[in-house]
Ligand binder design. Structure first.
Ligand SMILES: C[S@@+](CC[C@H](N)C(=O)[O-])C[C@H]1O[C@@H](n2cnc3c(N)ncnc32)[C@H](O)[C@@H]1O
Ligand SMILES: [Zn+2]
Length: 317
């Protein structure tokens, strides 16, 4: 059974301003919750749902089987441009990204995402390429420390990296619990107040194993080029690193002008290409938080493409 409760479902589907004959891409199909809500609003049109995890593709394909407009494709969403080319689709009306891992991935111990269950240290959403264990056993102490600092914002990154290198000289670090214990032993007792001491290290490894941060701007840029005027890009993030990337990229599309703030007049001539639909990011309601604690850190941001005029002014549609 694939269990994942879609987060900010109503908010995300509303933000997309769905046109009943439009073409939509769900870049993170997961269990197909958002995809199903989108496709239900289509009378004609199409929904292309992507996921890099073969388990998710299977689950989403089953859920979306009753809808002739839906098509599920096994792919990383960074390849959105070439996927659309291969389908002969030039323009899309919307993209949804619901980033990160699904509850299904987190709750399946063998996938190695969780420090709460003992399993091989894997963490690959796609089940291809280097595992978390490969990184933990091969990177230098400096590389590990910088990875934990950059992707986990971990204060004790150096201490943890040094402890890992010491331990792996005795025996390779191959399981989730082995790693969690090394981390616990390396951080001061007082640091345990901020949740489980291994949380940030596991987040950092997951981001590195799956190249999670690099693919976000690639996908947004490719999708924006294909977006029709009035089309929407909506993104749900779950931690500050990915949210910062999304916030800055969407803001840049809405800002246009790139002149330094102290310039008296604009000399770059760049005009806004989109308008924001979420001046403040949308967050889960109290009811949703009660129902699904994993919605706690979710933030939804959305922009809508606007028509570009040569004279520096802009209008909607
Ligand atoms: C939070 S879940 C999405 C849940 C989904 N919206 C639903 O309603 O069930 C994130 C999903 O995105 C997938 N994913 C994450 N990064 C991806 C990427 N770069 N390309 C394709 N799929 C990705 C994961 O495998 C996971 O299944
Ligand atoms: Zn300017």
């Amino acid at each position: 059974m694939f269990s994942h409760q879609p987060v900010l479902l109503h908010e995300a589907v509303e933000a997309l301003h769905i046109r009943e004959n439009g073409i939509y891409v769900d870049g993170t199909a997961g269990g197909g919750g958002h995809s199903e809500a989108i496709v239900k609003r289509l009378t004609g049109g199409r929904l292309i749902a992507l996921d890099q995890d073969p388990d998710a593709v299977k689950a989403a394909a089953e859920r979306l089987a009753p809808y002739s407009q839906a098509q599920v494709i096994h792919s990383n969403f960074r390849r959105i441009g070439s996927i659309l080319d291969s389908l002969g689709i030039e323009r899309i009306d919307g993209l949804l990204l619901d980033l990160g891992v699904s509850s299904h991935q987190l709750d399946t111990p063998q996938r190695g995402f969780s420090y709460q269950a003992d399993a091989p240290l894997d963490m690959r959403m796609s089940r291809e390429g280097a595992t978390a264990a490969d990184l933990v056993n091969a990177l230098t102490v400096e590389e590990l420390s910088s990875l934990f600092f950059r992707y986990g914002e971990e204060k004790f990154s150096r201490k943890i990296a040094a402890a890992i290198v010491r331990e792996r000289e005795k025996a390779p670090v191959l399981t989730t619990v082995q790693l969690a214990q090394i981390v616990c032993g390396a951080v001061p007792f007082a640091a345990r107040r901020d949740g489980h001491p291994a949380r940030r290290v596991f987040q950092a490894l997951r981001i590195a194993v799956n190249g999670e941060l690099d693919v976000i701007p690639q996908a947004i840029e490719a999708a924006f080029e294909r977006l029709t005027v009035g089309g929407v890009i909506a993104v749900i993030t779950f931690h500050s690193l990915e949210d910062r990337i999304v916030k800055q990229q969407l803001a840049a599309l809405c800002r246009g002008c790139e002149c330094p703030p102290d310039f008296p007049v604009c000399v770059c001539g760049k005009t806004p290409r989109a308008r924001t639909l979420t001046r403040k990011p949308l967050e889960a309601s109290r009811q949703e938080l009660e129902r699904n604690p994993r919605s706690r850190s979710a933030k939804l941001r959305a922009i809508q493409k606007i028509e570009q005029k040569g004279d520096g002014s802009h209008a909607l549609f």
